[in-house]
Design a protein around this ligand. Sequence first.
Ligand code: G3I
Length: 300
Amino acid sequence: ATTLGGAAAQTGRYFGAAIAAGKLGDSTYVNILNREFSMVTAENEMKWDATEPNRGQFNYTNGDRVLNQALNNGKRVRGHALLWHQQQPGWAQGLSGSTLRSAAINHVTQVATHYRGKVYAWDVVNEAFADGSSGGRRDSNLQRTGNDWIEAAFRAARAADPGAKLCYNDYNTDGINAKSTGVYNMVRDFKSRGVPIDCVGLQSHLTNSPPGDYQANIQRFADLGVDVQITELDIAGSNQANGFAAVTKACLAVARCTGITVWGIRDSDSWRTGENPLLFDGSGNKKAAYTSVLNALNAG
Ligand code: G3I
């Protein structure tokens, strides 16, 4: 196949990109999007600050623009992200305890209900584990409402949209380490207690190459009975093309690794300013990393 989405489809997978509603008037951008990608994530437009700027007042204007751009062009959507310690609206940052808990769960219910039947998967909870060696939860206003906030969010999301796959998404969980093992233990616990969870997202914001145990880490999550998705891939550094190939091959080697999403289209669209970590240059030309991903997908 001659496109990323087409090549990924040969093994039943998707290849996606994060996009911004504000760029949908850029024809170079939209042409690449429509040609290459089969899944779309809103880079910011479905987050809490964007969708509920005032408590109980929901704004889906830009989220819907991203959703409709995808659906009208035959693509699916990964919803991102229902609860996160960052990009909370100011009103939520000022809440705590049971007031924050009920506002957070109401947010999950309302947003998942708005998009019910329209999204393939939701990042229900994003980045809730701590960096470093503890393997424990990150401190946040949400965590301080009680350790069960994550499972409460997953149960609310399942009730609101029973057809969406429900994912836990994080960074620095790409290899086998204390943080990813903390996530692994949570997923194992959720599966054993019947808490709804369907997938784990490995963001994979990388430099040069994935960790040597990347595939083994994907496999151990899959062995728990969840899908794994590479959700925010970008790779800085001079070994970028090889790194993208290694990530692609690792996903293809695990049956339950169902797709890869890159976090932006052109280098100039990336949040990693100056690192040029994506598959297209600022003019929209295919980079060596693009060819390396396409070849790996076609070989799979
Ligand atoms: O929209 C406002 C604009 O009105 C304002 O004038 C401008 C001034 O700063 O800010 C604009 O908002 C920015 C927004 O991106 C949209 O461009 C925010 O400042 C900026 O903080 C925000 O950054 C986003 C970041 O998440 C926030 O934490 C990045 O675009 C987005 O790529 C990044 O994505 C995250 C994932 O959601 C989770 N994983 C990590 C990943 C990278 O940080």
